[in-house]
Design a protein around this ligand. Sequence first.
Ligand code: PEP
Ligand code: MN
Length: 360
Amino acid sequence: MENKKELKNWLNAFNLKHPLVIAGPCSAETEEQVLTIAHQLKNSDATVMRAGIWKPRTRPGNFEGVGALGLKWLQKAKEETGLLIATEVANANHVDLALEHDVDLLWIGARTTVSPFIVQEIAEALQGTDKIVLVKNPVNPDLSLWLGAVERFHTAGINNLGVIHRGFSTYEKTRYRNNPEWQIPIDLQNRFPDLPLILDPSHIAGRRDIIFDLCQTALDLNYDGLMVETHHNPDKAWSDASQQITPDTLDQYTKDLKIRKEVGEAAEFKNRINTLRTQIDVIDHQLIDMIGKRMKVADDIGALKKAHNVAVLQTKRWNEILGKMILQGEEKNLSEEFILRMFKAIHQESINHQEKIIKK
Ligand code: PEP
Ligand code: MN
């Protein structure tokens, strides 16, 4: 990807604003739904309308998309509103159908990026196209796999290329549907600063209430755009209902988001510091998560102590824990004084928790 500089040009060539806003439903459901959403988006900051036509579902039996019929609805939405249209393609046949229906932007889903054979097939079907192609990160946190897919499209002569960060799956339950692992897109951005990077906060969040914050983090990290699942009646959506927002909410979000786009040396400094601050934020979240988990275990111990009539405070065990933590802290360059203060606070909170349980 030596001519990276050219990669960001399509944002200008297609006359797309900064940040690029792609919005629309998880899935096209009916003609009326597609057109209603398109008209609501028409006067928003969104310039591209998305809708899934073929839906890759984790388990069978869920809504798997309306198929090629939905492409006609998208085409109609484009005619009526002037929005560009976007959909996910997962094989060469999808590509042919999307091109026949004049889809402007095709994205590669997270479950497709993991498979080099299928990526190659799609890249060959798209050979030399001037459509915009965005590659979502693979479901697993693997930067090479993501880059490998981008390279296959680049080699196939696709220059209007970009990537979408949609988070990574984990077995462990977190506050996200897909863990953001910001470090991975940050690494990618450092290596290919001119490859447009778009955030999909919807599939990271899996729920509405944290979408705004995710968007702000992305803009602070100098992302080029957002792809947000948007539905006129989110609760009634046929797929991903809990993470969709209305076009009105999206409009409010794009008004409230702070866009920090600067150039030159000052921008480099700001990007770097924002990146580092975001890393700190991510770690702080993890710290609170971990401490919350620790308190839950303390609660279980409290219940057990209550059942067996054992005292809450057990000084001997506490001193043992502290001794071990001081040693481990030393290895990480953390002072004894800090470890003592931190664990006293944590221990006090555990005791408070246990006393509450015992008094119940
Ligand atoms: C989607 O964008 O609707 C979708 C299925 O996303 P992902 O490939 O990120 O799961
Ligand atoms: Mn979805």
